[in-house]
Write a protein that binds this ligand. Sequence first.
Ligand code: F42
Length: 145
Amino acid sequence: MSEYIPSPSDWVAEQVELYEGSNGTQGLTLRETGLPVIIVTNRGWKTGAIRKTPLMRVVDGNNYILVASKGGAPEHPFWYHNLTADPDVEIRDETEVRSMRVREVMDPVEKQRLWKIAVAAYPPYQEYQDKTDRVIPVFIAEATG
Ligand code: F42
């Protein structure tokens, strides 16, 4: 069983600790925004380690939209590479944990539709995209089985 390596970014690791440690009853929002957050458990493509990545909760029906924004940084977040290498993840949404499979959304029409939903849920995503020439990737996570 691979080990869990917490994020080196303290506030992120602390949110995961509180969210998971409370079985999905605390630490459920992005700090003072009050906006809901999910925890995506993914596998490090280099280390094989378990990584836990909080993301904004953006839903499309029963699916989740995962936005690799990283605050509009010039490079993708590491978890983008993890998901690309191994699309099988676990998503914790409060007390519910589901096995899901992700795929990067490549079709421009589908991406436009999902991007609109994501920006409506978390408007800063648009600011992030406006401030970088990196095209922010979007994944859709669908239930497996
Ligand atoms: N980030 C987003 O991109 N989108 C969001 O909607 C979002 C919401 C959010 C809400 C709450 C919260 O607490 C954080 C939130 N974040 C959001 C931040 C998100 O959780 C990540 O911290 C951020 O996106 C950066 O992702 P990252 O995977 O680049 O994280 C870094 C800090 C990290 O964990 N680095 C590790 C390290 O040791 O430096 C490596 C992690 C890793 O996956 N390593 C791979 C491995 O094999 O283990 C190898 C990776 C490689 O390519 O080398």
